[in-house]
Design a protein around this ligand. Structure first.
Ligand SMILES: N[C@@H](CCC(=O)N[C@@H](CS)C(=O)NCC(=O)O)C(=O)O
Length: 238
């Protein structure tokens, strides 16, 4: 009997979305519990993740109401750490290859996504950097790491490397399509146009392949995200 697995998440969180994707791709049964990040219940930091952030999971212990987590379950946070844990729990899922070199490629890709794609993307979107140049450099780096066919991040099937970047790709699409961000008007749209250059063709083909996968397609509420971004992301001052 597999042990209980509960995922604490929020719809706005790309890091939560990473775990949803991996669990869906591996067809793993779990309970999902939305944590209201705008009015966080006290029990969440007290009993699940002291940092109060999602995603977090509980694993094992008795099968309880997620709002009353058991002290007997294992608690884990940090999306990439959770992804690796889930992949190790279900080795037959292929989410993390057995071969040490392929495995290292997956872990390296995940690290590169956080350092060179997610961070500069957020810095630009929230007005901490003036231009999207560093973000575009990140796109080039990620493109260089993609598997030869460009269908998957690593090798010839879905791994946790794809789950790490998937939610960020759907959010990139929203930024380019809606121009929402703390940047000069038109910069989001301009980035979208730049990404159509042949130079980024392999990356864009990969983006398309990921967006079309049922795991992402069925959990991707672009309209909701765009609406909530409009209320949460301040407009540029000039
Ligand atoms: N590095 C963490 C980031 C998690 C994170 O920042 N989660 C945000 C939502 S996207 C959160 O829970 N924020 C609530 C808060 O900080 O109070 C991960 O990869 O899991």
């Amino acid at each position: 009997m597999p042990q209980q697995l509960t995922l604490y998440l929020h719809k706005i969180s790309p890091y939560s979305h990473r775990i949803e994707l991996a669990l869906a791709e591996a067809n793993i049964k779990y309970k999902a519990h939305q944590v209201d990040l705008f009015n966080k219940p006290k029990w969440f930091a007290a009993t699940v993740n002291p940092l109060g952030k999602v995603p977090a999971i509980t694993y094992g212990g008795p099968d309880v109401d997620p709002a009353e987590p058991s002290s007997l379950s294992f608690k884990l946070a940090e999306s990439n750490v959770i992804l690796q844990f889930v992949a190790e729990l279900y080795p037959e899922s292929g989410l993390l290859p057995k071969d040490p070199v392929e495995r290292a490629k997956v872990l390296f890709f995940m690290d590169a996504v956080d350092r060179h794609f997610d961070k500069p993307g957020n810095d630009w979107m929230y007005g901490r950097t003036e231009s999207y140049e560093v973000y575009l450099k990140g796109v080039e780096m990620i493109q260089g790491l993609l598997s030869e066919s460009g269908e998957f991040a690593v090798g010839d099937h879905y791994t946790i490397a794809d789950a790490t970047i998937g939610p960020l790709l759907s959010r990139l699409k929203i930024t380019c399509g809606t121009d929402i961000g703390v940047f000069s008007v038109g910069q989001g749209t301009k980035l979208g146009e730049e990404l159509k250059a042949p130079k980024y063709a392999k990356f864009m083909k990969y983006v398309q392949a990921m967006l079309e996968r049922p795991s992402l397609r069925d959990t991707n509420d672009e309209a909701y995200l765009a609406e909530i971004w409009k209320t949460l992301i301040p407009k540029r001052r000039d």
